[in-house]
Design a protein around this ligand. Structure first.
Ligand SMILES: NC(=O)c1ccc[n+]([C@@H]2O[C@H](COP(=O)([O-])OP(=O)(O)OC[C@H]3O[C@@H](n4cnc5c(N)ncnc54)[C@H](O)[C@@H]3O)[C@@H](O)[C@H]2O)c1
Length: 327
């Protein structure tokens, strides 16, 4: 298995905002190899169990705190070398019911994280962004293809966060890495289509209702590739502001995901019912493609195609959802 090379051998003190969540906990699995890690998380979505082995070994210190409380965040961040900012509203569609959610959990929390880093003299900042910044553009998007503005509140908060980071790089000497992920899948998922479908099939095994017509399609990124890619960009990015797509080149349809979830469930004959329409919900991009070429030129390629990432993740998530222990 390819491992990310560490730039320097000295121990790095990492601060992971949102580190008890899905992607954050996988990143923490890698970061403990580099030195002490502080996870700051309000546990609204994330779970202590996701980082339990590192808590037990003493490699990770968990601060249960709220990132909207800037003073608490600033205090916890003191004494670290790198900030990884992975907290956000995880579900774009939740913004439809609570339009302030992405402003608060996305834009304001990102400002609080940047300001806490600045006031603590921390110069390295890594941000979890998303392909939603490309808006409703069905063409494969490279990092400069921002002709379409995001059209979800979630995407709006991501592009606002990216712009603030660029300003902190210019104005306050920050070095930053921004990774625009595809849809991330794998073990310890806290949300997303695979988890949703498996939970629905567990609740009512005879059918699976799916939003849209099933032809929505996106690049699915395995969470292990996501964690490796984040560290690769941080280690190897040559600019003060490093912006990289992090996604496989292919895409997988919602229909395919639904079929795989049904096959992996205890009811493989369940019928799939599509609600119809091209979108899952207002603000959902029906088809998105993210070009990985810039990151490939830097030297990193994901190990799993989108189809492979989905196949593997359906097995991983099905094991978590349908196992007798979770009954
Ligand atoms: N999962 C994906 O498909 C995907 C795709 C693109 C980008 N991203 C981004 O990657 C990051 C991580 O996503 P994830 O899927 O791991 O989500 P997640 O919800 O599992 O992780 C986010 C973590 O942040 C914590 N958190 C949220 N608000 C907080 C607050 N105000 N204060 C303290 N902690 C808070 C949650 O408890 C959770 O543990 C997010 O920024 C997300 O927008 C995710």
């Amino acid at each position: 298995m390819r491992r990310v090379t560490v730039r320097a051998m000295e121990r790095v003190r990492s601060f992971v905002l949102g580190g008890a969540g899905f992607i954050g906990s996988h990143l923490v699995d890698r970061l403990v190899e580099r030195g002490p890690v502080t996870v700051f998380d309000n546990l609204s979505i994330g779970k202590r169990a996701f980082i339990a082995p590192h808590l037990a070994s003493g490699a990770v210190n968990l601060v249960v705190g709220e990132a909207l409380d800037e003073a608490a965040l600033r205090q916890a961040m003191a004494g670290h070398d790198v900030v990884y900012h992975l907290s956000a509203n995880p579900e774009a569609r939740w913004g439809l019911e609570r339009p302030r959610l992405d402003l608060e959990q996305g834009t304001i929390v990102t400002y609080n994280a940047l300001e806490s880093a600045r006031l603590n003299g921390i110069k390295q900042f890594v941000f979890a962004s998303s392909g939603t910044v490309y808006g409703n553009n069905p063409e494969p998007c490279g990092e400069l293809d921002l002709s379409e503005l995001p059209f979800s509140l979630y995407g709006a908060s991501k592009i606002a966060g990216e712009s603030m980071i660029a300003a902190y790089v210019e104005c306050f000497g920050l070095r930053a890495s921004i990774c625009r992920f595809g849809n991330v899948v794998g073990r310890r998922g806290t949300h997303g289509a695979i988890l949703d479908f498996c939970k629905k099939l567990k609740a009512h095994p005879e059918y699976l209702d799916v939003l849209g017509d099933g032809r929505q399609a996106k690049p699915y990124l395995h969470v292990t590739d996501c964690a490796d890619g984040i560290l690769f960009v941080h280690d190897h990015g040559k600019e003060r502001l490093n912006v990289y797509n992090l996604a496989p080149p292919d895409i997988t349809s919602v229909r395919r995901i639904a079929e795989l979830c049904v096959q992996a469930s205890p009811s493989p004959n369940a019928r799939i019912e599509f609600a119809g329409g091209t979108q899952g919900w207002p603000g959902d991009v029906p088809v998105s493609r993210i070009k990985p070429d810039k990151l490939a030129a830097l030297g990193f390629r994901v190990r799993h195609t989108s189809d492979k990432a989905v196949e593997l993740s359906v097995k991983e998530v099905a094991r978590e959802v349908f196992s007798p222990e979770t009954a």
